[in-house]
Design a protein around this ligand. Structure first.
Ligand code: FAD
Length: 371
């Protein structure tokens, strides 16, 4: 086995979280190595719908909501910088997001959500029939109640991850695909690097950003962080010109992309590491899509795919230091990993530089799962 130079940090996993951390740490002057077992951005980060929408389903001010809002605030500058560094525009849509409901109890939920969000200082515009129809003419008339969230955006996550990968490389991070990390290297209780089939990679710190696979990475005396995959299927239509905005209803969304595709998502399934698109997934998502925007029934079917969201036992992310010195986690972002990439990269880089992350990370402390 070859013996490598000692980097400041080795990041395990080249999804959006690992790529964003590698870029931010390299910008911060650290010597960074990023190891990806397959190809960059091909797992959950490539499968996502790209919603940057903390408000759409938020009814209370819990820690995850606050973290999502903090990351949403960082997103415009983050996307602008990545575009500048990489030359790739990640197609952030500034149109805002619509949450729609039918008359009755669903509409009352929207009233309560709007009231809570306004009391929290956020913009949430309650819309009735005619105003809603003017904004989104292709919406089925059954959906007569709306909430317009002008600050909830969307992004083409595949372009963003590719941009982050290019940007990290240009800023000096050394990126390697096809490099599966097998285990942690541990000396006197301290994590000092990782081992792949090809080499031992020594580093001042190791960040595990291996998504749904994070539980597979451990070392002598270092217990793994429990994590599991939650499958999400997406059906894609297009090219089509409707709808104009990302639209949410309870448990379902449509997301128009700049290139004319419309994504309909998504399922939440515990089915292990199986990334199949199923008959019931296709049927259920297509039915929901046409119930919202009937004109999609005339749009071409484009494609369908599934990805594995990374989840922890309490469904909150694990961001921060592990018990073993030299080891950090950035995983378990479940339904919000695209949105949470900027804030995760920023706080993890602060911890790597022994700086104050500037926010309370205790709800996301990985040690809540570690003995
Ligand atoms: C259908 C669907 C829709 C979604 N929609 C949204 C959305 O609209 N908005 C949003 O914010 N989020 C969304 N998400 C969630 C989001 O995609 C995830 O939270 C996010 O992509 C997680 O990023 P990650 O980098 O942690 O994981 P991943 O993208 O899965 O990356 C982890 C990487 O680690 C690599 N890896 C694993 N083990 C090893 C190893 N031993 N050695 C080296 N590399 C390893 C993997 O190959 C993988 O590339 C969605 C997810 C799905 C599936």
């Amino acid at each position: 086995m070859r013996q490598e130079r000692i980097d400041d940090v080795v990041v395990v996993g080249g999804g959006i979280i690992g790529c964003a951390i590698a870029r931010e740490a390299a910008r911060g002057g650290l010597r960074v190595r990023l190891l990806e077992k397959g190809a960059f951005g091909r797992e959950a980060s490539g499968a996502a719908a790209g919603l940057l929408s903390p408000q759409a389903e938020a009814d209370r001010p819990d820690p995850l909501f606050r973290l999502c809002l903090a990351s949403r605030d960082l997103f415009p500058e983050f996307a602008r910088q990545v575009a500048e560094e990489s030359g790739l525009d990640p197609a952030v849509s500034e149109r805002g997001t619509l949450v729609v409901a039918r008359r009755g109890t669903e509409a009352e939920t929207l009233d309560q959500r709007a009231a809570f969000q306004r009391s929290f200082g956020l913009v949430a515009e309650r819309l009735g029939g005619e105003a809603l129809r003017l904004m989104e003419p292709a919406l089925h008339p059954d959906w007569s109640e709306g909430l317009y969230l002008p600050r909830d955006r969307s992004v083409d996550n595949t372009l963003l991850v590719r941009g982050l990968e290019l940007s990290a490389g240009r800023l000096g991070a050394r990126l390697q695909d096809g490099a599966r990390v097998l285990r942690l290297m541990v000396t006197n209780g301290r994590v000092v690097g990782v081992e792949t089939a090809e080499e031992r990679v020594r580093a001042g710190a190791v960040v595990i950003a291996a998504g749904a696979w994070s539980e597979e990475i451990a070392g002598p005396g270092v217990t793994p962080l429990p994590s599991h995959p939650v499958r999400g299927q997406i059906v894609c239509f297009g090219p089509t010109s409707v709808p104009v905005h990302p639209i949410f209803t309870h448990g379902f969304y449509l997301v128009p992309r700049r290139d004319g595709r419309v994504l309909a998502g998504s399922t939440m399934e515990r089915s292990g590491f199986d990334k199949s698109v199923t008959g019931s997934g296709l049927a259920g998502l297509s039915t929901s899509a046409l119930a919202l925007v009937p004109a999609l029934g005339r749009a071409p079917f484009h494609s369908a795919w599934a990805g594995l969201r990374p989840a922890t036992p309490d469904e909150l992310p694990a961001i921060g230091r592990a018990r073993a010195p030299g080891l950090l986690y950035a995983c378990g972002h479940l339904r919000n990993g695209i949105l949470l990439a900027p804030v995760t990269a920023r706080v993890v880089t602060s911890l790597l530089r022994d700086e104050d992350p500037g926010m309370d990370l205790s709800p996301f402390d990985p040690c809540r799962f570690l003995r």
